[in-house]
Design a protein around this ligand. Structure first.
Ligand SMILES: *Cc1c(COP(=O)(O)O)cnc(C)c1O
Length: 396
């Protein structure tokens, strides 16, 4: 069974139509193949299947039709040759890095990373003899200086969590490739709608599909995308033999999530831009970060590499931790959570939650001040959100 190639269509069309594998029943909506394994017509077919001479499925740790549909839809939307789904976003990040390296290799990563990604680079890789250098993602000289003959891969997240700084993917890719290293980009914060790292020079893109791809706060998931060669050389066997596979149920939820991704993310981005515009005029906001505004510190890079802004707004409330807590606690509609990309608007105080474990010095370097909050805009009416935020600011 193979799905028709839909790459000739525009992105929105691909999100709905790509990767569909219809069963003999001709169902309209993608079927949920909740099965662990597959049966064979004969011993000879089983033998041929295991030899790779008969196309078809063997076991859902290796491949499953629903998971396959999700992978094809993601690959065609991203413009990647191949994709592999994983149980969580962290499984995707860990595999994308671990799948490439051997003892003695070196990894360079930007310092503004999702907390668990930093753990993988700084604590986990060194256990297996893989060293790492952490750089300021916006300082190209630091990237250049960090490259070594044994640098295998570089890893970055842009826009960064939680401060929404933007790194120049094309320039870092040039530096990495000149040193013989590959480039892995965690593209969660921009979503595949607004940024295509592969087209900018990256070799691999990873997502936590837990965020905008599910988009409604239900299932965890991840996906790794790249060329057929990158996936075959680094990822395919690793997933097959070690088992961080995505469940068919979660793949089905993600597949249906993709159908509405463009409408949701577009709406949430417009809302976030409107919230940012309202916040920009408020005296109790001492710093505002929104990719897409002319006052963003890397506005020129945003214009060059992103097709849209962000569904997130980062800002510093006056009065430090107390100011931020008073503000968050006064919100009625926006709920306090560490998640993002949901249909429901969520706010996070990174200094005391997601980034609590790192040192004060590290937080200072990352711009995570005690008054800084990260707002993930949902699908509520923008005016309701703006009202909620402006009323809550009065409590500061
Ligand atoms: C959430 C997130 C992850 C981890 O994804 P999980 O699905 O929670 O494992 C990795 N990177 C970024 C940027 C994220 O936002």
């Amino acid at each position: 069974m193979s799905a028709p190639d839909t790459r000739k269509y525009r992105p929105e069309t691909r999100l709905v139509q790509s990767g569909v594998l219809r069963s003999q029943f001709g169902e309209t909506s993608e079927a949920l193949f909740l099965t662990q394994g597959y049966v064979y017509d004969s011993s000879a077919q089983a033998e041929a299947r295991f030899k790779g001479e008969d196309p078809g499925y063997q076991y859902s740790r290796f491949a499953n039709p629903t998971v396959h549909m999700f992978e094809r839809r993601m690959a065609e939307f991203e413009g990647a040759e191949a994709a592999r789904a994983t149980a969580t976003g962290m499984a995707a990040v860990t595999l994308a890095l671990m799948g490439q390296v051997r003892a003695g290799d070196h990894v360079v990563a930007s310092k503004a990373l999702f907390g668990s990604c930093l753990y993988v680079v700084e604590d986990y890789l060194p256990r297996y003899g893989v060293t790492s250098t952490i750089v300021d993602g916006n300082d190209l000289d630091q990237w250049r200086a960090a490259m070594r003959p044994n640098t295998k891969t570089v890893f970055m997240e842009t826009p960064t969590n939680p401060t929404l700084e933007v790194i120049d993917i094309a320039e870092v890719s040039k530096i990495a490739h000149a040193a013989g290293a590959t480039v892995v980009v965690d593209n969660v914060f921009s979503t595949p709608l607004w940024q295509s790292p592969l087209a900018l020079g990256a070799d691999c893109v990873v997502y936590s599909t837990t965020k905008h791809i599910d988009g409604q706060g239900r299932c965890l998931g991840g996906v790794i995308l790249g060329s057929e060669k990158f996936i075959n050389d680094n990822i395919h066997t690793f997933i097959r033999q070690t088992g961080p596979s995505m469940s068919p149920f979660n793949a089905w939820v993600m597949l249906k999530g993709l159908e509405t991704l463009a409408v949701r993310v577009r709406q949430q981005t417009d809302t976030a831009a409107a919230v940012a515009a309202a916040l920009a005029e408020q005296p109790k906001i001492s710093r505002l970060m929104y990719p897409g505004r002319p006052d963003h510190p890397q506005a020129a890079i945003v214009a060059k590499q992103m097709r849209g802004g962000s569904t997130l707004v980062g800002f510093e409330v006056v009065g430090g931790k107390q100011g931020a807590f008073r503000f968050q606690d006064a919100l009625k509609l926006v709920r306090i959570s560490n998640n993002l990309g949901d249909a429901k608007s969520l706010i996070t105080h990174p200094a005391t939650t997601t980034h609590q474990r790192i040192t004060q010095k590290q937080r200072d370097e990352l711009g995570i001040s005690d008054g800084f909050v990260r707002l993930s805009c949902g699908l509520e009416h923008p005016d309701d959100l703006i009202e909620d935020v402006l009323i809550a600011l009065k409590a500061v």
